[in-house]
Every structure is written in C-alpha cells, then in structure tokens.
Design a protein around this ligand. Structure first.
Ligand SMILES: Cc1ncc(COP(=O)(O)O)c(C=O)c1O
Length: 354
C-alpha cells in the first residue's frame, strides 16, 4: 500500500484503501459462486452482520446505495411514499433511484444538522391517505447523518419515533452507512439500533476501510425478495468471498479505531473555530465529519476547496457555502496538524482579513 503523504485527502472516508493485512485476509478467503449461494465467506458475513443487529438475514451488496434502494423497495410499493430528511443521502445522492427503479414518491422534512426530531417526521407522515393523496408507508433515518455533519441521532428520538410509527402502521428504514461511528460515540449497541428498524443498510467501505461492500439487513422474507431484485438489477456476483473477507477483517479490526477518526475531526473543528467561530461549533462534531459554513466569507465553497487543493488539502464543496471534511484511518496526525494550519490560513483570509 502506498499513500501519497503529501496529499491530505479529507473528501470522504470512502477514500480509505485496504491495508496490507486486509489484503492478506482477502487473498486467503474461501470462495464460491455467490449467485448459487455457494460462497462460504459471503454467507458467513451475511449471517454475522444480521446477528450483530439482531435480525434474521442480510444481503451483501456492492454499494450502500443499492442496499438502501433494495431495502426501501421491500417496504414501499409503487405509488406510495417514503419520507426522510431533506439532506439525507437517499434524497440527495442516490439520483432519484427510488422513483426511477421502484416508482416510489419521496417527501422530505428539513432538520438543522439533520438531527432527528420525532415531530418533524410525524408531522409530514400521511399514512392511509388514499384514494386522492399519496400514502406514506415508510420513514428513513440516516445515522450518522452525512451531509448534516456526521450528526448522531439520539436513541431516545429513534425509539420514540419507532413507537409512534408502529401505531400508525409505518415501517422504518435505517441508512446506517456510518452506524459504526454512531455506536462508537454513544455506546448504544447494534442490537438496540436494530430493533427500532424494519430494514437497515450498513457500509463496510467507508471508515471501516474495506474496498467494497454494504449489507441490507432485515427479515428472511424481505432479504429473499431483495436477493431476487439484486440479481434483476445486475448485481448478482460470483466469487466475492474475497470482498466479504475484507468485510470480516473490517469488523474484526476497524470498529474501535473509529474513535481516533473522531478525535481527528474534533482537532480540525477546534482549529477552524479558533480563527472563524461562525463556521463551526466544535461541540457539534461528534464523529468523523466536519461541515464548515462559509456564509459571510469572501469566497464561495468551491473557491475555498480549490484554494485548499492548491495546498494539497482535498476537501468537498457540497453547497454554495458549505464544505465538508471527513477524517479516516488513512490520514495521520501529522497530516491533520498540517490540515489545521492550511485551514486556519485560508479561513483567516476568507473572514478576518475581509
Ligand atoms: C449516509 C450514506 N448512505 C449511503 C451511502 C451510499 O454508499 P455508496 O457510495 O456505497 O453507494 C453513502 C455514501 O457516502 C452515505 O454517506
């Protein structure tokens, strides 16, 4: 593995590369044809992850987007409605997949930092609205909330929403691409998260460092149906035990160390707040994502990101005045220190020198 240490890549935790140890584990994995259900490493990963969340079954998918889309499809019929937060990945970053592939309507509520509040979801939900209005059948919750800045959803809100949703006959889906990070911050067990949702998606390819791999988790019946749809979408895969082995390795070795990523994010946030307090409240940085609000700066987000790139710091501009920095296992503490100086210098000229 070679990492160009000159470049500090904080665009996303998806840029993490498999370590040498992970690659060694992949090379040793027993494999078989997964479309026939013959790959022992995939089968054991699916069983393991389902068990971790207290569910009956799981399905390996090549991406988190597909895991989300298969899950949603199992909960919402064509012409029915899914509701979620405006800036959730399902609404903003899956390119209309729920509508395109599954005929699902989506409506959204807005929440500052994506933070879940029971009444926001319930005020929007309109179950049994037919025959003139669209009926809501499911609510999706993202934990942690990516575009909200790695926001952890309080378990008290999740359980309250679950109990109100059940009364109204509404299903719940968890986009848990980074549920690992939420677990590290809160100590809430995966089973406690799991029991509040009908379907769950998780990603192994983000902070956990696997090159590929997500899972859709639910009942045996839904997972069996999702398996058919995965094949129909052309994502039936063959000897992918080598990928599942990376997933096993990630679960064995890379969950606890997410705490280090959270620490690095806190360091970045404090450095930015020191120079430009309006850009970030460090107390809101609970996991590995730092969202900077550049409102009032002399440059917009994409100009700011370009200036950073000139200094070998790669970050994402996600809105006119919003940039995102994501820490991960492939950025070391020295690089974080350098990133802090670069950001302070840029923020100084974007705000203080105005
Ligand atoms: C919250 C969330 N859900 C789902 C996904 C989709 O994952 P993938 O890129 O593997 O499709 C992402 C990707 O970054 C994400 O941040």
């Amino acid at each position: 593995m070679t990492i160009n240490e000159k470049i500090i890549d904080l665009r996303s935790d998806t840029v993490t590369r498999p370590s040498n140890e992970m690659r060694a584990a992949m090379s040793q994995a027993p494999v078989g044809d997964d479309v026939y259900g013959d790959d022992p490493t995939v089968n054991s990963l699916e069983e393991r992850v389902a068990g971790l969340f207290g569910k009956e079954a799981a399905l390996f998918t090549p991406s988190g987007s597909l895991a989300n889309q298969l899950a949603i499809r199992m909960l919402v019929s064509p012409g029915e409605e899914l509701i979620c937060e405006t800036n959730s990945h399902i609404a903003r970053a899956e390119l209309g997949a729920a509508a395109v592939f599954s005929g699902i309507t989506t409506r959204t509520w807005y929440a500052d930092r994506g933070l879940l509040k029971v009444h926001d979801a319930l005020n929007l939900a309109k179950p049994d609205s037919g025959p003139y209005l669209v009926s809501t059948t499911a609510i999706a919750v993202e934990n942690t909330h990516n575009f909200g800045g790695g926001t952890v959803q309080p378990i008290s809100e999740i359980t309250a929403l679950r109990s109100e949703s059940t009364k109204r006959g509404l299903a719940m889906h968890l986009d848990g691409a980074r549920i690992w990070n939420a677990h590290i911050t809160t100590g809430v067990s995966f089973k406690d998260y799991g029991e509040n949702f009908d379907t769950i998606s998780v990603c192994l390819s983000k902070g956990l460092g696997a090159p590929v791999g997500s899972l859709m988790i639910s009942t045996k019946e839904r997972v069996a149906r999702a398996r058919v749809w995965r094949k129909r979408y052309g994502a039936g895969m063959r000897q992918i035990g080598i990928l599942a082995a990376a997933g096993h390795f990630a679960l064995d070795h890379n969950i606890e160390s997410l705490a280090l990523d959270h620490k690095k994010a806190g360091t970045l946030a404090r450095a930015c707040a020191e120079v430009a307090p309006s850009t970030i409240n460090p107390e809101h940085v609970e996991t590995n994502i730092v969202g900077l609000d550049l409102t009032g700066a002399t440059c917009n987000a994409s100009q700011f990101a370009s200036l950073a790139r000139e200094k070998d710091l790669w970050i994402s501009a996600l809105g006119p005045t919003y940039v995102r920095l994501v820490t991960h296992r492939d950025v070391n503490n020295l690089q974080i220190e350098r990133a802090c100086s670069i950001l302070q210098e840029l923020l100084q000229s974007a705000f203080v020198a105005k």
